[in-house]
Ligand binder design. Structure first.
Ligand SMILES: Nc1nc2c(c(=O)[nH]1)N[C@H]1C(S)=C(S)[C@@H](COP(=O)(O)O)O[C@H]1N2
Ligand SMILES: [Mo]
Length: 322
């Protein structure tokens, strides 16, 4: 029996006191080990989310910022989209040929009305709104981007998630013919992400269809991508083809690749450093300043959206649940 299997035995089934004590010891060792922290351990669940309600005024206060916008040119040529290569300039060159129409999204799992729907139908009747959000990459750079999109909550409600839907899992297209990066094992394809259901339903969480008043360029995740402004950029999954309501915390690509460095929550937090670099500051790519000499500014808790989202994490140890 492997170490992981040992840990999956429910405590109630263990009668032998010494076995029980051994399990406690293993759990403690795992919790202390950076490579196998409890956030990556299958039998540890995070605390249940507190019940919080956010007023429409509170939500709206996060919809815009007056900070200098990142130039369109920079937003669309300095990208992370590993399906098209791992260099920042790769996606803008290689993603141009991605066919984004027709586009179908499969919505399923714990919901009353699952279905495979055309993108047009997924967002039918919803008017894209402009949201000016900060985007903070876990690598230590940030942008200010005027997105166009619809609240994810408005889309999800149409499928009538059941009470078993505790999390929402998202999947990106993985088409070897169109995506040259899929030929390399940079990540375990398809790219997967996830949110707790309250995070998914939060008014700041956007399904983006455009930026700068135009349709989303392929390199930015056309035709539809997630934008979760208080989390590190890798949570904002691009070119989504599947949305699944699940009961257990879903596996996500970066957590899967390196669970000691990338947690499920990945809330922007200057007080929790990445094991290999500080998260206290960020390089803000904005205005006409060159990216190389971009100004270093302090990183803010929840990327400056604490007023809007802090309540969802009340009582949660943000160092453990990073
Ligand atoms: N499918 C997919 N989604 C992805 C990524 C990716 O490689 N593949 N990169 C993520 C990362 S690390 C960041 S910082 C943002 C970047 O979004 P942008 O290029 O539109 O600024 O997309 C995220 N979404
Ligand atoms: Mo990122």
């Amino acid at each position: 029996m492997s170490l992981r299997d040992t840990l999956k035995i429910p405590a109630a089934e263990i009668t032998d006191e010494s076995v029980y004590r051994e399990r406690r010891r293993l759990l403690a060792a795992l919790a202390a080990s950076p490579a196998l922290g409890l956030a990556g351990c299958a039998d540890a669940d995070p605390p249940p989310p507190p019940k919080v309600t956010i007023t429409p005024e509170q939500a709206r206060s996060g919809f815009r910022t007056s900070e200098t916008l990142t130039r369109y040119e920079d937003v669309t040529t300095y990208n992370n989209f590993y399906e098209f290569g791992t260099n920042k300039a790769d996606p803008s060159r290689a993603a141009r040929t991605l066919r984004t129409s027709p586009w179908t999204v499969a919505v399923g799992g714990h919901c009353a009305k699952p279905g495979r729907v055309a993108l047009e139908d997924l967002i039918k009747g919803l008017t894209p709104e402009e949201r000016i959000y900060r985007l903070r990459c876990v690598e230590g750079w940030s942008m200010v981007i005027p997105w166009l999109g619809v609240p994810l909550a408005d889309v999800l409600k149409r499928f009538q998630p059941t009470s078993q839907a505790k999390y929402v899992a998202f999947t990106t297209l993985a088409d070897r013919k169109q995506m040259p990066g899929i030929g390399y094992p940079a990540l375990d394809w398809p790219y997967r992400e996830g949110l707790r259901i309250d995070e998914a339903m939060h008014p700041l969480t956007l399904l983006a269809t455009g930026l700068y008043g135009k349709p989303l360029p392929q390199q930015n995740g056309a035709p539809i991508r997630l934008v979760v402004p208080w989390k590190y950029g890798f949570k904002s999954i691009k070119s989504i083809v599947a949305i699944t309501f699940v009961e257990k915390m879903p596996e996500t690509s970066w957590h899967d690749a390196q669970s000691s460095e990338y947690g499920f929550f990945s809330n922007v937090n200057p007080n929790v450093d990445h094991p290999r670099w500080s998260q206290k500051t960020e390089r803000r790519i904005s205005g006409t300043a060159s990216k190389l000499f971009a100004e270093r500014i302090p990183t803010r808790l929840f990327n400056g959206y604490a007023d809007q989202v802090g309540g969802m994490y009340a009582g949660m140890d943000l160092k453990k649940w990073f």
